[in-house]
Design a protein around this ligand. Structure first.
Ligand SMILES: [Zn+2]
Length: 425
């Protein structure tokens, strides 16, 4: 948008209503500033003199897509030690910005970052919010609250130190409450924790036990909610998933060994699942797998097979599922979340409508921003993707950002045909 009184009009498109799953044909959207100010039938649209018009005839108009799990400052490499050895701390800020822009360029106007070194991503969020650079709306956790067993990285001491900072180990109810307050002060929007070990963290990093005491998890949730934050929990093994859900944690990340009973509990509690199938797909790709230590290869194969079954169980039981990739893990690249949407159809069993809802309205609820984004209606922030092709007819359309003629964020055209065109005035 140029002048302040100029509206941006998305004219006569086929708008995907994420609430009903229906397409509203020949619909026009008027945007003023950051907000959607009018949505209705194109026939009843009244043009104003200074309107800037995007013709959307025959195109599919989607709410801006939501990516619920990434690590903007992670390497995407199976050789993290080498990358870290060659990368100065200050360089990570630019790498994270570039990764954030890849998400925006691929139609994801909101991205939840699930952990990096202290201070990095809250600072990036502020820079993007100031409009200095084009980037997605960031929802940030700052560094995670970890526990012994999460951070047994295979590698040199500096990598162990790194993981200690990315997932800080704290103990006891007071220690946890203090950590939650520290993150609030540092600018976190939510808390990231881990109740099980990770696939990549070596065989001593156990997937099958819960690492926190129940009272510690309950204190984390209580303190986070008191400060207006939600809690996301990395959990592969059943014990860790169950303890997190019981404690009232809001979103389960990965959920690899989820069973029917725990899925029922998640439905009852309203817990979200973010499957991150791209993470294991990345690890299982031939190029990456052969670079992993033999014991991690075994762990990866076991988890990969079981996790797809677990996600199907969750879907069939009616667990709320949001789209997130864990981008930043080896072979799991930023800007490819469209493939995770496809996986929701191909591997989980969703319809294309449900998969798009998982990446719009359900994602917005998962990141606690559904009062602002996730649906195209009057009063919401104008985060909008205009697609030349209809992803409801072919879900692979969302894998290629060139299919999107425009990506609008905060009422501004930021991307055209997969390329960022917004520069700070
Ligand atoms: Zn993660």
């Amino acid at each position: 948008m140029g002048k302040n009184d100029e509206r941006l009009i998305v004219k006569n498109g086929n708008v995907f209503d994420s609430l009903t799953g229906k397409i509203k044909k020949n619909t026009t959207i008027a945007i003023s500033g950051k907000q959607i100010v009018w949505v209705g039938a194109n026939d009843s649209f009244e043009k104003e003199k200074n309107d800037q018009v995007i013709k959307a005839d025959g195109k599919t108009v989607l709410p801006g897509l939501v990516e619920s799990h990434v690590h903007l400052a992670s390497t995407c490499s199976a050789q993290s030690e080498r990358v870290h050895l060659r990368t100065k701390t200050a360089m990570w800020h630019y790498i994270a910005l570039n990764n954030a822009q890849k998400h925006l360029a691929s139609g994801f106007t909101c991205v939840r970052d699930c952990g990096a070194m202290p201070g990095w991503i809250p600072s990036l969020r502020r820079i993007i919010d100031m409009g200095i650079f084009a980037g997605p709306r960031l929802v940030v956790s700052d560094n995670g609250i970890g526990q012994w067993g999460n951070q047994e990285a295979i590698g040199p001491d500096y990598m162990l130190d790194y993981y200690q900072k990315v997932g800080e180990v704290l103990t006891g109810v007071d220690g946890i409450k203090h950590a939650v307050r520290e993150r609030k002060r540092a600018g976190a929007d939510f808390i990231k924790t881990l109740t099980t070990g990770g696939v990549l963290h070596g065989m001593d990093s156990k997937l099958g036990m819960s690492l926190f005491l129940d009272e510690e998890l309950e204190a984390m949730v209580e303190e986070a909610e008191r400060l207006g934050m939600h809690v996301a929990c990395h959990a592969h093994g059943l014990e860790g998933i169950r303890s997190a859900v019981k404690a009232g944690i809001h979103t389960i990340e990965h959920g690899s060994f989820l069973d029917e009973e725990t899925a029922d509990l998640m439905v009852k509690k309203g817990t979200f699942l973010v499957p991150t199938q791209m993470a294991l797909a990345g690890l299982l790709s031939a190029d990456i797998l052969q670079q992993l230590p033999p014991e991690v290869q075994i762990k990866t194969k076991n988890t990969g097979k079981r996790s797809r079954e677990a996600h199907k169980i969750a879907y069939e039981k009616g667990v709320k599922i949001a789209v997130g990739t864990d981008a930043g893990t080896p072979g799991n690249f930023h800007g490819t979340t469209g493939t995770e949407i496809k996986f929701m159809v191909e591997n989980v069993g969703m319809t294309p409508v449900e998969a798009l809802q998982a990446a719009t309205i359900v994602g917005a609820k998962c990141v606690h921003l559904d009062d602002k984004i996730g649906v195209i209606e009057k009063g919401k922030i104008a985060d909008i993707v205009i697609s030349n092709k209809n992803p409801l007819e072919d879900i692979t359309v969302v894998e290629n950002p060139k299919n999107f003629s425009h990506v609008i964020k905060d009422g501004k055209i930021m991307v055209e045909k997969g390329v960022i065109t917004y520069f700070s005035p």
